[in-house]
Design a protein around this ligand. Sequence first.
Ligand code: ZN
Length: 320
Amino acid sequence: MKNTITHLTDGITVIDAHYADQGIACIYIVVQASKVMLIETGTSYSVAYVLAALDELKLTPDDVDYVIPTHIHLDHAAGAGHLLDLCLQAQLVIHPRGATHMINPEKLEAGTMAVYGEEKYRKLYGALKPIEEQRVIIAEDEFELDFNGRQLRFLDTPGHALHHFCIYDLLSHGIFTGDTFGVAYKQLASSNSEFIFASTTPVHFDPDALLESIDKIISLQPKYIYLTHFGMIKPTKKIVSQLIQSIKAFVAIAKEEKYSIQGRVKRIEKKLMLYLLEQYHKTQGHASLAEAKKLLQMDCHLNAQGLDIWLKRLAKKREA
Ligand SMILES: [Zn+2]
């Protein structure tokens, strides 16, 4: 099994979760005094890669103390139940709004299956496994975890999802941001910067909350941002402004379609792609425009769905 472990900083390594393709989603393995914390779990298919990585690091599943998905979207959390079955000492740390779905995953599974259809769902995620309630730690905003002398602070960060927290690692002065700080695939980076954009996937996207959460992250002046899609970046001014710009652009695109519901998702998707390719073209990234287009397809599709749901929510609010 091909498994590339990349050592980052302060005992943090990153591996590919092999979700959908390579270079799409990652899992962080944090080692502190020979104990392990996994941040993100990938899917049930990612478990084999985690085990191989632990082996390569001369660690075993019994060394895992914590399994921590940043939120319960399935590219982040579908492997959790499987990992807890194998890592017998481990506990799950989860956002208060995510806990029930990890303990009783039937609704989460059915909901995701409704979006993808069963065949695609199985291919992408496998199956979910329930987690025993006594192994679940709920992390409210400002929750502090002492991981073998390493301090972690959990920050409630709605905007991408209501069940999303970010994890501030005081030792490396870095923050694990899940999807809150957007997506920056390494394939699209240029020699001097990343190409970053927001994730507005269904069903909780809320631009104001997302901007506030990004502000919360930046106000801590982190040295590093650990993205799930994909890897470690430095939150330079340029990166932050590119990310915020993308939220504003996505919202503007969605609002153009506010009153025309028929075929809306498709039109938003097309416009998102045009916007991203135009931005990408300016950054002179390593990949060709055709490669970028292929890579961005899934994001544009899901982001369009999320924006459509947000518009529907706005319309309901206006009616109320
Ligand atoms: Zn997500």
